[in-house]
Ligand binder design. Sequence first.
Ligand code: ADP
Ligand code: DP6
Ligand code: CO
Length: 349
Amino acid sequence: MASVTCTAPVNIAVIKYWGKRDTELILPTNDSLSVTLSQDILHSKTSISAQAEFDQDRLWLNGKEEDITKNKRMHNCFRETRALRRAMEEQDGSLPKLSTFGVHVCSENNFPTAAGLASSASGLAALVFALAQLYKLPIDMSDLSRIARQGSGSACRSLFGGFVAWETGKEDDGSDSRAVQIAPDTHWPELEALVCVVSDKKKGTSSTSGMQQTIESSPLMQERLRVVPGRMAAMTQAILDRDFPAFAELTMQDSNQFHSVCLDTYPPIFYLNDTSRGIIQLIHAYNKLHGGYKAAYTFDAGPNAVIYAPKENMKEIIQLIHHYFPAGQDTPRDVYFSDPYQVFQDDAA
Ligand code: ADP
Ligand code: DP6
Ligand code: CO
């Protein structure tokens, strides 16, 4: 038996991925850019083992077995990594034939699953990274990101720390659709992220299904595809310059446009709730009071807020959030304070 345990961090996009041009290979309609959060705070921890007696691949998620027999995307990750292992075994006959064994996966998220906090990103990144470790694949992170992408699009960005772009790519086979690091976590240590858990409930519409409905019915999506390339260039520059005002404005505008295309989807998809909208208003009021950008919000496909701000403002922001949204139902109950971003680290046992 061979086994390994790895952790992977979540990443929260500041230019959102929302829409696929190929649903099988998971090729996106636009480039996206995210910040990988410290895995000390939010992570998926995944243990895998391969054994000759295992006749199929199985997954236990947060202590409960999930039926993955129809989960094509997970199987794509198993298939791709196994094929690389098989090639190694064919070259070197002394290697154990792990590629012929079933794999059992046991994974825990230490934060709400399927609630808009990127559990599919950390979860599938942890799985693919663990498979690469188990099979001892001589593969770089960029190539591995093409496999993680096929498990969940956003997962390709969680293989890198710091500031990460997912390039759409031009090829139909997805060979150039991969993640690249724009800057490491050490590039902008003053920038921090605050995760406000508004609701830990599972979302009503998964990201996979939501983005497909948007592609099929939202006329506004065409406008989004027109503006994203300019935003990607401006956001990359803002990060390289550590220009917080530019970073903040683009982050909030892109989050708002993403939720606008959700509303423009027919029938509409609502990921934000009243508390989310209250947080948006609070951040704008706070910025206005100071006559500049002190903080920026962003929301993934769920009601939970991520607030990016320079470290020096964080204490005040946490006080404001607690004051205006005292703990209760559907209000930010947990405030994860995410320190500097950490480069992805293997926890291999
Ligand atoms: P989120 O906003 O949390 O990313 P998604 O709708 O994109 O929500 O994806 C949630 C799905 O991702 C879960 O239902 C599960 O299938 C998968 N997932 C989440 N965490 C893990 C994990 N640790 N290991 C494997 N799969 C996971
Ligand atoms: C709003 O990566 O979860 O978080 O590729 O279908 O698994 P699939 O979707 P997923 O979508 C993430 C959408 C988002 C924006 C982002 O992370 O860029
Ligand atoms: Co997701």
